[in-house]
Design a protein around this ligand. Sequence first.
Ligand code: MLT
Length: 419
Amino acid sequence: LSYKGQEYEFPVITGTENESAIEIGKLRDVSGLITLDPGYKNTGATKSAITFLDGEEGILRYRGYRIDELSKKSTFLEVAYLLIYGELPTQSQYDAFTKEITLHTLVHEDIKKILAGFPSNAHPMGVLSSLICSLSAFYPDSLNPNQSEEEVNLSIVRLLAKMPTFAAWAFKNKMGHPVNYPDNSLDYCSNFLKMMFALPAETYEADPIVATALDKLLILHADHEQNCSTSTVRMVGSSQASIYASISAGINALWGPLHGGANQSVIEMLEAIKADGGDAKKYLDKAKDKNDPFRLMGFGHRVYKNFDPRAKIIKQAADEVLSRLGVTDPVLEIAKELEYAALNDQYFIDRKLYPNVDFYSGIIYRALGIPTDMFTVMFALGRLPGWIAQWKEMRENKEPIGRPRQVYVGATERDYVFI
Ligand code: MLT
């Protein structure tokens, strides 16, 4: 290539593992080294001290603590504190943190007017991201990028406190039901379940098995290093947009079927198999078809070349919850057959097509009575502390504004001709 009268060589390196890396060697002199990496498959977008993920070994740790240990010993709010502040809270820190969160669960009454503007068939994720973003308007101080640590902490508490309220209200809007106000005598998950499921004039008590299972699910989803939504939160936050706008952007990124929507796709796939006679074996054979393979949703993971550590824990939780609640559901039976095949069939073992976290989370949400289009909202509820921690880290590191470069492949200079 000739650039500004000088000749440059382009050693194009292809055939890497995912064929995505093209190094533009000598152009470094004029514009720096650019690596074409669509989807950021190989590019580390940031350094982070929050979550460690080893996809080869199937290891996941939050701030150095193993996720399986946390899911057994901690509550979701403890894990949220750990992710956001870097340490597990002492008892008094935990009490103060939960008290603060409880004090902020209510939302401004005018937010109900925003909610009322949505059609009842609005997807709850659209409603959730809008309501979270609207907090920038109700708390305009959050727009100031130079907020004190205390003010930032207040925004963090507000987010954690109001998210379950918004999530449940998004569901109520979908149902065409009146909303329930938070019950501050309850723990985080029981309060959420009550806001979701209590009907007018009904005494509602969340099943403790369900509330505990939900708490565990939220822990398992609380962070997962730089994925689509988390990188989006950091990217939007890097422009010094408010924390509410940044988290709202993360919710939108999570919405897509390839990210948070994957567990919804799993249930839809299971429903389709059921409608076609419920023959799981037929679909397993189709998945092995060399020419036109059927895509099994909820199997394999971009990063994990081993069993997703979250999937192991969720599988166990799903088994416990299903047997304790005595749930029978033909779709769950199909799921079990697919899972059995994946774990025992050499074809799936060789290709490392293990069921991932999305495979089991959809099943457990369904058993808990959470409707399919709320699955992604549940994911967002769990992921919130991770997004907040990543936003806070990005801000404290004073990271520069995210500004990806591109490899231009369009026309070179052209003469303008009026036709
Ligand atoms: C997640 O938990 O965010 C998902 O597994 C997606 C990912 O890590 O890319």
